[in-house]
Each structure stands twice: as C-alpha cells, then as structure tokens.
Design a protein around this ligand. Structure first.
Ligand code: PHE
Length: 450
C-alpha cells in the first residue's frame, strides 16, 4: 500500500533508484581518470577499502535514520534527538544538507547539459550539419545555458511525478539501459588497437602513489560523492523504503552496484584513452600527466571518436547518452532533497515545490555560468571536498551517539528479526560511532594542512 508521502514499490525499485543516485558522473567520469593518474589498481584498492569500510557504514547511517523517521533529514534528525540543543543541531545539519544538495545540482546540471549537447552533436554530425556540431561542442554561454535548462527540465519533470511514478519508474528504466550501454561500450573498446595498454595502466598497481595522504583524501571524497552521501539524499530515499525491508542487505546491494559500475567504467575510459593515443590523439598534458576531467571527456574522447569514422559517431552518441542517463538518475535524487523538505515542512504541493526549487537552482546555475572562472571550481570544491565529508560525519554522530542504541536496533529488527546476531550488528555500530568519525576527521584535518 502506498503511504501518503510516497514509497518505493519493491526492493528492485529502491535499489535501482538508490543505485541510480549513486551512479553518476562521479563513477563514469571521475573514478576512472582518478584511478589512471593515481596509481591504477592501487587506487582501485584504496577506493574499494574506503567504500566498504567508510562509505557503506555512512550510507547505512542515512538509510536507517531515514527509514525510521519516514521524513526528510531535518525532521528525521530532530526526531532522534533527546534534547533541544541536539534537535536544533540536527535541524541545522539537515538544512545544510539540502543547501549543499542544491548547490551540487547547480553545477551538476551544467556538466550534464554538456553531455546532452555532445550527445546531440553526434546526431548533427550524422546529418552533416557542421555549423551546428561546432556550436554544440564549443564552450559558449548560449549553449551552456540552453542545455543546462533542458537537463533541469528533465529533472523537474521526473521529480514532479513523485516517488513511484517519477523516481522509481525512471530509475528502473534508465539503470538497466545504462548498464547495458556501458557493457557494450566496454566490449567494443577492448577490441580496438591500443586498448590493452590502457588496461595495463588501469590494472598495474603503483602503491607508492596510492598510499599518499593526498590520494586517500581524494579517494574518500570520491567515495562519498559517488555514494551520494552527506546531503540527505540517501536519507530521503531511505525514508521511502517500507518497514519490511532488510536494510543492511539493500544498502550492500547499492554499494556493490555503485562500485561495480565505477570499476566497469575504468575498463571503458582508460582503454579508450590508449586507443586514442594509438590513433594519434594526445593524451598526456604538458607536464606528462594523463589528461583528465573535462579535457578528457570533451576533447580527448571526441577526438578519438573523430578518428573512427561512422562507427565513431555511433560510439560517441552511445557514450554521451550513457553519461546523460547516469547524470539524470543522480540529479533527480539531488532535487528530491530540498523538495521533500519544503513539502513536509511547509506543506507545499509537490508540483509547486518542484518548480519553485528547480527554478531557483537553475538561476544559481546561470549565475555560475556567468562567472564561470570564479565560481565553477569553487562550488565543486566547497560542496564535494569539504561539505559532504563533514555532513557525513554529522550523520554518523547522530546514528552512533545521539540516537539511542535500543531504538536503532529496533529499527533494524523490522526487516530482519535476527539482526542482533548478525555480523552487521557486531561491527557496524562501532563503525559509525568511532571508526567513521575518527577517520573522516583525520583525513579532513590532514587535507586542511596538506
Ligand atoms: N553520486 C552521484 C555521482 O556519482 C553524485 C551525487 C552526489 C548524487 C550527491 C546525489 C547527491 O555522480
């Protein structure tokens, strides 16, 4: 039975939605290139360890609090607090989370708009429309604003349809499509000349690099960003899970899908770069580092596709379609955070809330675009490098210290009556209480010094 505030209809629906949120540009774009420039398989190893030991417990903290409260982060953290001071701090954390989620969406929509533009440019080049292709693939304010708005319109459209008819329906459609596309691209790219060199770079570990403090901070930030932690996204998705669901299991599934797709994307992006090298495209920067980030996606890969003739057009379309899909299932989860809050807290209708907040975020994106040099990198660093780990830390404190242990156990028992005897219950409470906060703070402090 659907509750009035919306609920996922099945385990599959939830896992697709939460994995859809987790799997995004962070996985397909961020992870492979970071791995490439930071010690290959050694980075992969550090990432895997951090994902399971830090990100998974932090994810569980959000899911459990969310499901318990069946409410947005502000109300949920208030609900589990025993006194006024903690209630206020909890509410402040929730509010900070929804502001950060909105800010993430404001830069994410810009990047996702570029993906859409490049996707369309493949179609345009099929029709030999050179002028259009060049407009779509050049950095210009007109293109940037237009495609950001188109992407926001998709996001707003899905979120205004609600939890089941919007988030769940579209995630369940897009996620399998994404997996299939990614898989086909990997298989195809691996057959091309040069691919094996890329595979070697990806899979040969260089431990000296992977164990440097700077890198561990990068991997932690990547893991938090990748699992959509710290901004209340997973908390709000958790609040839409029904009470019979076994949370440690579904949280584990989401983590696994997220990691799997990041790792799989590595099998696509790195071999593709070396195929590009083989075809005469420059893949190293002036300082000898592997080109990464936006130059990789919007210069190196398109140059590679251009060397591949007609097949290149098809591959290019498929690749940017994959990126756009991954971005969309994530952006809807960002928008849901502030939307859920204003619906529950201020009694707005869903449509009104979605259009108002979506509109404000689109304006924020335009402001960023108009001051691109000054703001774009700043907003990314502020939200992903600092805010997400710090807010994740707060969620761990609330799950580990503020919330009464018996109440927490009772919540977990709902979907798993024998949970007290499980490995999860033996380890996880200590993790959120001590290990996660200490490590997050440790890494954070080091990053401020470094
Ligand atoms: N996890 C998403 C990605 O990897 C980004 C995201 C961050 C989504 C925060 C929601 C909230 O791209």
């Amino acid at each position: 039975m659907a509750s009035p505030r919306g609920e996922f209809s099945s385990r599959f629906g939830f896992v697709m939605a939460a994995a859809g949120s987790a799997v995004g540009l962070g996985n397909i774009w961020g992870f492979p290139t970071q791995a490439a420039s930071n010690g290959g398989a050694a980075f992969l190893l550090v990432y895997l360890v951090l994902a399971f030991t830090l990100a998974y417990p932090a994810l569980m903290a959000e899911l459990i609090i969310g499901r318990h409260a069946h409410a947005n982060a502000v109300n949920a953290l208030r609900l589990i607090s025993p006194n006024t001071a903690l209630r206020n701090l909890g509410a402040a954390t929730g509010i900070a989370g929804f502001i950060v989620a909105s800010l993430i969406l404001s830069f994410y929509a810009i990047v996702a708009g570029w993906m859409l533009a490049f996707c369309l440019s493949s179609l345009a080049s099929l029709l030999d429309m050179a002028v259009l292709v060049s407009w779509l693939t050049s950095f210009g304010i007109g293109r940037n604003v237009l495609f950001m708005l188109i992407f926001m319109a998709f996001t707003i459209g899905i979120i205004s349809a609600g939890v089941r008819d919007g988030i769940e329906r579209w995630s369940a459609r897009l996620m399998p499509a994404l997996l299939l596309t990614l898989f086909l691209l990997v298989v195809y790219v691996l057959t091309l000349d040069g691919a094996m060199d890329g595979l070697r770079v990806y899979l040969l570990p260089d431990f000296e690099r992977a164990l440097s403090p700077k890198l561990i901070i990068a991997a932690l930030g990547a893991a938090f960003f990748s699992l959509s932690l710290g901004v209340g996204t997973m908390l709000i998705y958790g609040s839409y899970i029904n009470d019979d669901e076994n949370l440690p299991v579904v949280g584990g599934l989401v983590t696994l899908v997220d990691i799997l797709i990041a790792v799989l994307a590595g099998f696509l992006v790195l071999p593709a770069m070396y195929v590009a090298l083989h075809n005469g495209v420059e893949i190293f920067s002036a300082t000898g580092e592997l080109i990464s980030e936006d130059t990789l996606i919007f210069t190196v890969l398109p140059e590679l596709f251009a060397t591949m003739g007609f097949t290149g057009i098809v591959v290019s379309f498929t690749f940017f379609f994959l990126m756009s899909t991954a971005a969309l299932t994530s952006s809807i989860s960002m928008l849901e955070v502030p939307v859920a809050y204003v619906i529950e807290e201020h009694g707005l209708k869903r449509k009104t809330a979605v259009f108002t907040i979506g509109g404000i975020i689109a304006i924020a994106s335009i402001v960023i675009l108009l001051n691109f040099e000054a703001l774009f990198g700043l907003v990314i660093a502020f939200t992903t490098r600092y805010s997400q780990p710090l807010l994740g830390f707060m969620f761990c404190l609330y799950a580990g210290w503020v919330w009464h242990r018996d109440a927490l156990l009772q919540e977990l028992r709902k979907g798993n009556p024998g949970v007290e005897h499980s490995l999860f219950w033996k380890i996880w409470p200590w993790y959120v209480k001590l290990v996660c906060p200490v490590i997050i703070v440790g890494i954070f402090v080091q990053s401020l010094w470094g």
